[in-house]
Design a protein around this ligand. Structure first.
Ligand code: NAP
Length: 500
């Protein structure tokens, strides 16, 4: 029996044993999922999957099963012939699968049999490309020669604009029922956005088990964090660009903030390798992206693609927040203010001496912000030449490491990557910490070795999470014009870092 409409999210279940398959299918169904892909080719004996269909549907008649039995030649695991493949899919349809997936390679070689399959269940003809994303109109033309109810195109995203090319396909073919997916980490945003851009459905990995394709995440994450199923074409798209991006806690923080304020928007992790920054700007214009956070390695280079950059960010030479207003890209540096605000809760910067440790991107933001706030600033780091250059640029005093034990400051701002996960046992200061207020920019882990030592020495602590939250709050308010839900954002950040 064919189905007119399909749910927006399909859980891909690939298991070697039928009992594991049924068990996981039941877990998903009990969690409220109603669309499940049974990968018969993953089973040691694919034929056993047919009875499994029947058994599962007896208890869960509300569910729709998509049966797939992809051949080994086409990146599946089934070793049989095309006739055997089609025979199994027919049997699965008779056992209650309302949709069946047949890859284009088999559909082309067994045209007639495939056409017959079309009458038994909703036929999804699928195209997979594990190498890249070729010109898509040609792919679709090839597929449309095979009769089917749904056409699935899953390619590998090699650069960000592959996402917008895939998402454009359903819109330019409104009469064809299309599923588009970009595999791999670069393609992840496509998995979230395809149903709201006219794609029929997207795929998710099962909860607490591996998915069947690169880049799949669980239905729980897609629904709860990214609101798949609730997003529409009108939902605004935000995100963070970085390489690597998987560790970023920003999606957890900003999505929860949007949800708390009932803002119809989603915040996505965009993996953008250095070479693809310009290409990301093409994607950002096409989607369109309404605003984004910028982190390593793009904070400096992104400035060349912006129409207007705030003067402080221009002096710092780095932007971490971008948004679009009246069609123009604007940039600012929210890190600078995020250093000053938490410190100002403990001392008057205009009357304070501050030691800044580090001379990288974050240190640069702190140096200009602290100098602007009137602090008497000294800078130390492991590379004296770089320390001198930064000190000269912001009117600070450069120091050598061996001068530090003889000195004392009102505050220390630590801005090197020492102590950051996974190198949590590293620390810039071995003995006595030469300041009363100790601010560590590192926020993963939430309590660094430097902060632990500072606590033992009875110093006032400023954890890096406070800075992270200040800049996230500033970004949220710049993008939405609304007051940020600080407590929600802090809770989300702590949870994402694995703490309480
Ligand atoms: P970055 O541009 O790569 O700079 C890293 C800095 O650390 C450089 O000064 C580098 O010195 C120094 N460094 C690295 N290894 C060192 C070592 N073994 N000994 C001494 N110094 C060392 O990175 P960034 O963007 O400035 O980030 C620095 C830290 O701040 C990271 O942990 C980051 O997560 C954190 N951060 C936190 C926030 C927040 O919101 N809390 C915001 C931004 C950054 P050289 O120049 O000599 O290599």
């Amino acid at each position: 029996m064919r189905v007119k409409s399909l749910p927006k999210l399909c859980i891909a279940l690939g298991f070697t044993e039928p009992n594991q398959l049924v068990q996981q299918a039941c877990i998903e169904a009990e969690a409220g999922e109603t669309f499940l892909e049974f990968r018969l080719d993953y089973l040691k004996q694919p034929g056993a999957g047919v009875e499994t269909n029947r058994e599962f549907l007896r208890d869960h008649p509300e569910c729709v099963i998509l049966a797939t039995c992809r051949r080994r030649q086409n990146q599946g695991r089934f070793n049989g012939s095309i006739d055997e493949q089609i025979g199994l899919l027919e049997a699965a349809a008779e056992a209650g699968a309302k949709a069946i997936d047949l890859e284009i390679e088999s559909a082309e070689r067994a045209h007639l049999a495939a056409a017959t399959l079309c009458g038994t269940a909703s036929l999804v003809v699928s195209y997979h490309n594990f190498e890249g994303t070729p010109p898509l109109e040609g792919v679709l033309r090839r597929m449309l020669r095979c009769p089917a109810d749904v056409y699935k195109i899953a390619t590998t995203a090699r650069k960000p604009s592959d996402i917008s090319r895939l998402l454009a396909l359903p819109k330019s073919h409104p009469k064809v029922r299309i599923v588009v997916l970009a595999m791999g980490e670069i393609g992840f945003p496509c998995r979230v956005l395809s149903p709201s851009h006219g794609g029929l459905f997207t795929y998710a990995a099962p909860s607490a088990a591996e998915g069947t394709a690169p880049g799949q995440v669980s239905a729980h994450v897609l629904r709860r964090l990214y609101r798949v199923g609730k997003l529409s074409k009108a939902s605004k798209v935000y995100g963070v660009i970085a390489d690597p991006v998987a560790h970023s806690i920003s999606p957890a923080v900003h999505n929860r903030a949007f949800q708390a304020r009932r803002i119809d928007a989603v915040y996505l992790p965009f993996l953008v390798p250095s070479l693809h920054l310009k290409d990301f700007m093409t994607l950002a214009a096409d989607l369109p992206v309404a605003g984004f956070s910028v982190t390593i390695p793009h904070k400096q280079r992104v400035m060349r693609y912006l129409d207007a950059v705030d003067p402080l960010a221009r002096r710092i030479g780095a932007v971490n927040t971008v948004w679009r207003k009246a069609g123009r890209w604007r940039g600012m540096n929210a890190d600078a203010e995020a250093v000053v605000i938490p410190l100002s809760r403990h001392l008057r910067l205009a009357k304070s001496s501050v030691l800044l440790a580090g001379n990288g991107g974050a240190a640069r933001s702190a140096a200009f912000a602290l100098a602007d706030a009137g602090a008497k600033l000294s800078i130390v780091g492991r590379s004296p030449d770089r320390v001198r250059a930064l000190a000269r640029a912001c009117g600070a005093e450069p120091l050598l490491r061996d001068q530090i034990p003889k000195l004392h400051f009102d505050a220390l701002v630590h801005a090197t990557s020492l102590g950051m996960f996974p190198h949590t046992e590293e620390c810039f200061f071995e003995g006595s910490i030469p300041a009363e207020v100790v601010f560590d920019m590192v926020y993963n882990p939430a309590e660094t070795l430097l902060l632990r030592r500072a606590k033992e020495q009875r110093k006032t602590l400023v954890p890096g999470l406070q800075m992270f939250l200040e800049q996230a709050v500033r970004q949220f308010e710049t993008w939405t014009g609304e007051t940020a839900p600080r407590a929600v954002m802090e809770k989300a950040a702590r949870e994402a870092l694995g703490g309480a």
